[in-house]
Design a binder for this molecule. Structure first.
Ligand code: PBG
Ligand code: ZN
Length: 329
């Protein structure tokens, strides 16, 4: 049959029929909220480039986390913003037990034992040059020298009680190095959610402002994935699967739905999509100018991730899940 008997508009006739046939909203349980933690207790600093997101001291973090938990979100991803004094050439302060991430993890797990807590495992916030690992004599990031420091960092987070670690440095072999370390130290239960396909993207600007982690010199194209190299973008994730990652990730999300979809066909592991700072802030910027409704744009963009097959959505919008989705069909 074809038109005029077939009329696709029939199923759009009224809100009730649309509700019946439309897919439901992405579930709050699928969302992980990335948070920025700073030393101290009470700090709640605005991040100008990321409206509605804050740098949080421990008590402020617990309050914000409670608000997110009450909305039923599925987990939290902790980023730490250390004192500038702990930066060094190899970023080894990332593995200090007294560090900002382990402290935040302990506080979160004490107050919300049921809430899955993940940690970002990278060195860029801890290196004086801002790259994701120590530099070699040529000034490029020394892959194999970064591995033991990343593994030690993951172990430190696991010891603090993290349910999962999320390595984001894009070093070859980092998932294997972390898995071996965790297993050898009695943390075979700790999940690895790998930033398996992380692109060298222009969408991380607001995050780098929030986290003071921009590279001093150069860029990250020597280790992060080129967006021009499709096959390798898929291989990056498949390689992490062979290194025993538990969850794969595509980052950023909205400009990479093809990669997400392709990966979905090639793996049975859960796939996370990281809806990054630039994706979040550009909607705020457009809405401020009156070029779109903030919540409508956010909903539509998050729905795209769900539709493309993301099993988990890492998003700054997670904190506002209720406002975005409750009562909205
Ligand atoms: C650091 C890191 C970055 C992000 C997460 N971990 C920035 C970068 O690689 O430069 C980006 C997150 C975002 O933009 O929301 N390795
Ligand atoms: Zn990094």
């Amino acid at each position: 049959m074809a038109f005029p008997e077939t009329r696709l508009r029939r199923l759009r006739t009224n809100a009730g029929i649309r509700r019946l046939t439309d897919a439901p909203n992405p579930d709050a349980r699928k969302f992980i909220w990335p948070v920025f933690c700073v030393p101290g207790d009470t700090a709640k600093e605005n991040i100008p480039a990321m409206p509605g997101q804050y740098r949080l001291g421990l008590n402020a973090l617990l309050k914000e986390a409670e608000a997110a938990v009450l909305q039923g979100i599925g987990g939290i991803l902790v980023f730490g913003i250390p004192e500038p004094a702990c930066k060094s050439s190899d970023g080894s302060a990332a593995c200090l037990d007294k560090g900002i991430i382990p402290s935040a993890v302990r506080a979160l797990k004490k107050n919300f034992p049921e809430l899955p807590v993940f940690t970002d495992v990278c060195l860029c916030a801890y290196t004086s040059h801002g790259h994701c690992g120590p530099l070699d004599a040529r000034g490029s990031v020394d892959n194999d020298a970064a591995l033991p420091i990343l593994a030690e960092t993951a172990l430190c987070h696991a010891r603090a009680g993290a349910d999962g670690t999320a390595p984001s440095a894009m070093m070859d072999g980092q998932v294997q190095a972390i898995r071996k370390k965790l297993d050898g130290e009695g943390f075979s239960h700790t999940v690895i959610m790998s930033y398996s396909t992380k692109f060298a993207s222009s969408l991380y600007g607001p995050f780098r402002e929030a986290n003071s982690s921009a590279p001093g010199k150069g860029d990250r194209k020597g280790y992060q994935q080129s967006f021009r190299f499709r096959n390798q973008a898929v291989l990056e994730s498949l390689e992490d699967e062979t290194e025993c990652a538990d969850i794969l990730m595509v980052k950023p999300s909205l400009w990479y739905l093809d990669i997400l979809h392709e990966l979905k066909k090639r793996t049975l592991l859960p796939i996370a999509a990281y809806n990054v700072s630039g994706e979040y802030s550009m909607l705020h910027a457009a809405a401020e100018r009156g070029w779109g409704n903030l919540h409508d744009m956010a909903r539509e963009s998050l729905f795209a991730l769900e539709r493309a097959g993301a099993d988990i959505i890492l998003s700054y919008w997670a904190r506002y899940y209720g406002e975005l989705f409750s009562g909205r069909e």
